[in-house]
Design a protein around this ligand. Structure first.
Ligand SMILES: Nc1ncnc2c1ncn2[C@@H]1O[C@H](COP(=O)(O)OP(=O)(O)OP(=O)(O)O)[C@@H](O)[C@H]1O
Length: 218
């Protein structure tokens, strides 16, 4: 099992006292599987994704990624896991403005010691980025930037791809095309995909669905 959560709890301190956002979440995701994380605004989707990404710490429970419990891991171990095993694709593209497309594509793969020029070239081709490898992010459309962000994540060959509304900033047709590419590439690499989406239409294209309501799986 690539990703396994059991009894995951998370509260945030607020002016009115602690706010429990996740109540004992259990879930599993195997390599090659994809899962849509759905639920109303405020149901805890992003919180759950951030915990799995190691960007935040849970209060209780176990989060195993590839056999390693990140809930108990220290900051350095969580950062290493983020570099090595997990790839993130968020709604904000977070490209590096001072680097051209080719260097943005290579960035994460270089950090994780897995830069593979042939794989990067294949990604650039599949994602339609070949004509713009020397351009800078500000010279790209939103859909093009999102394709670079997906390519940058997949270039590092993550075992687990975490995506938060990855096509949320795109029009429907562009978003559909980018989503099709993401699903195709994830399937090709055998990675697992956990994706937050508000769109039932997009959720239906993934292998399964985990629905959250008030911080509980329903
Ligand atoms: N840092 C924080 N401090 C206090 N409360 C927080 C914090 N981050 C999130 N929350 C609260 O936790 C709850 C869950 O937020 P979360 O962002 O996980 O929801 P979501 O399902 O992703 O929502 P959306 O679909 O609107 O993005 C919300 O009630 C939110 O107000």
């Amino acid at each position: 099992m690539l990703l396994s959560l059991s009894g995951v709890e998370k509260s945030y301190p607020t002016g009115e006292g602690p706010l429990t956002v996740l109540h004992g979440i259990d879930m599993k995701l195997d390599a090659g599987q994809s899962l849509a994380l759905t639920g109303e605004s405020g149901s805890g989707k992003s919180t759950l994704l951030h915990l799995v990404a190691g960007l935040d710490k849970s209060d209780a429970g176990q989060i195993l990624i590839d056999g390693q419990d990140i809930a108990q891991a220290g900051d350095a171990a969580r950062a290493a896991l983020r570099r090595g095993t997990v790839g993130l694709v968020f709604q904000q593209f977070n490209l590096i403005p001072s680097l051209d497309v080719a260097a943005n594509l290579a960035f994460q793969a270089r950090l994780s010691g897995r830069h593979d020029p042939a794989w990067q070239a294949e990604l650039a081709q599949v994602l339609g980025l070949e004509p713009m490898l020397r351009r800078y992010p500000e010279q790209l459309s939103g859909g093009q930037q999102q394709r670079v962000a997906i390519g940058r994540t997949l270039a590092a060959r993550p075992k687990l791809v975490l995506a938060d509304e990855p096509t949320g900033n795109l029009d429907e047709a562009t978003g559909d095309a980018v989503m099709a590419l993401l699903l195709r590439l994830v399937a090709q690499t055998g990675a697992a995909l956990l994706m937050v989406t508000h769109s039932m239409r997009l959720a239906d294209r993934l292998g399964g669905r985990l629905h959250l309501a008030s911080g509980r799986v329903t």
